[in-house]
Design a binder for this molecule. Structure first.
Ligand SMILES: [Zn+2]
Length: 425
């Protein structure tokens, strides 16, 4: 389990950002709690788990920059004055790691030694990528989270690189107590989950987040559904008494934890295995999506409120297959605006819009969106098409539970509003 420690890179990035008030609710900080003796759960948008050991503290994750000062204040006021000895990142996502600098600054202001930051070896390359693609990440997060356009969380982030990197896991000692760090791929390729054998406490990171797993995110890089299911089963085999998740509340009780972990593993494995089976039958992506028998999402921790089962299947297909969709016209295609213009030139816009409205009235918003899109793109001056397109996506956003799908729908509404507000041709 133990790797030789390697040194991370020094940090050199910009200062923290401030949040507009409308975004503050999203970053809401809930009540903190003592889970077991010496185990404190500091609830935040991305939670922080605290192990108070003999003479030193281990923190699992740091919260996002904006919430870290409140987390530190809560810890000091209500729980412990011991120095923070080590910080473990569960993965390199912005909401889990960017509070590190505030925690380090706080430690040094007390005259404590700088806490060592420990993470999987792929966290550092992730930070490098975030710096390389900061503007793109800002853009894509504005859509995914329907954030106001001025927000630039990635351009303004401070990435505190790990001091110690592990590959397949390692054991660490804090205040004489041993903690097992385990690596698996799942939501990311750089995950660490933490097991405290002495107290039977499990910190899952985002491997468990009280919603259908974020294994399919349409905006972001590859996820790993099968490895994720494997990790959940490894966690369950340890028989934890308390599960401290990356997001959402603590789950306690051996039986409840086992059910939550194993049902989530079963859900992921069902989608994964079916995609593989259908790929082996020679099916293209759209046929795979049509033919899957979707596993139930009725457990409280499997609701598709963030990701969506369809996105997970797409991600499995992407992991093992290429991008070709099986349509020979699409392998070296015309631009979609040219295709739309050719269609509208052949049929005229009116019959397409009539058909789209009929579909809408019959309740088929999905197909109506596809039809209106031909007119919006093929005849960009057609205000009726833009208004219908906007109204269709507003209606879909109102009825959609997946935050990530809703984000795309709301971006369409904003795009239509901007187009309609600009002086037309
Ligand atoms: Zn997260």
């Amino acid at each position: 389990m133990t790797d030789s420690p390697t040194l991370g890179k020094p940090l050199d990035f910009a200062s923290a950002q401030s949040l507009p008030p409308e975004q503050a609710a999203f970053f809401h900080l809930g009540p903190s709690a003592t889970v077991a003796e010496g185990v404190v759960f500091l609830s935040a948008m991305a939670n922080v788990s605290v192990f108070i050991c003999e003479g030193g503290i281990l923190l699992v994750d740091t919260a996002i920059t904006q919430q870290a000062p409140r987390v530190v204040e809560d810890l000091r006021k209500n729980y412990s004055q011991a120095p923070v000895e080590a910080i473990v990142y569960t993965h390199g996502h912005i909401d889990h790691v960017t509070g590190a600098q505030a925690i380090i600054d706080h430690s040094q202001s007390r005259g404590d030694r700088r806490p060592r930051v420990i993470a999987h070896r792929d966290v550092a390359p992730r930070f490098d990528r975030y710096r390389m693609l900061a503007a793109q990440n800002d853009h894509i997060n504005q859509i995914q989270f329907a954030m106001p356009p001025g927000m630039k969380p990635f351009s303004n982030a401070t990435w505190t690189y790990p001091d110690i990197a592990h590959d397949r896991g390692m054991d660490i000692t804090v205040g004489g107590e041993v903690f097992e760090l385990h690596h698996s791929r799942g939501e990311t390729d750089d995950e660490t989950w933490v097991w405290c054998p002495g107290r039977r406490v499990l910190c899952t990171g985002d491997t468990f987040v009280w919603s259908s797993p974020n294994a399919g995110n349409p905006y972001k890089v590859q996820r790993y559904a099968k490895d994720w299911a494997d990790a959940l089963q490894q966690m369950a085999a340890l028989k934890p008494l308390h599960l401290l998740p990356g997001h959402g509340p603590v789950l306690s009780g051996e039986g409840r934890i086992e059910e939550a972990l194993l049902s989530t593993a079963h859900f992921l494995r069902s989608i994964h295995d079916q995609v593989v089976e259908l790929m082996n039958e020679g099916k293209w992506l759209e046929d795979v999506l049509r033919d899957i028998r979707w596993p139930a999402t009725d457990k409280p921790w499997l609701q598709p409120i963030y990701d969506h089962p369809h996105f997970i299947a797409r991600n499995v297909y992407r992991l093992y297959g290429g991008w070709y969709d099986g349509d020979p016209a699409s392998i070296l295609p015309a631009h979609s605006e040219e295709i739309a213009a050719a269609l509208v030139a052949a049929t005229g816009a009116a019959p397409i819009l009539v058909r789209a409205r009929k579909l809408r009235d019959e309740g088929d918003l999905q197909l109506a969106c596809h039809l209106v899109d031909f007119v919006r793109k093929g005849e960009p001056g057609n205000r009726d098409a833009w208004e219908l397109w906007r109204d269709l996506f507003a209606a879909r956003a109102a009825g959609e539970s997946s935050l990530m799908a809703r984000g795309a729908f709301l971006a369409a509404v904003r795009e239509a509003e901007a187009h309609l507000a600009s002086p037309g041709p």
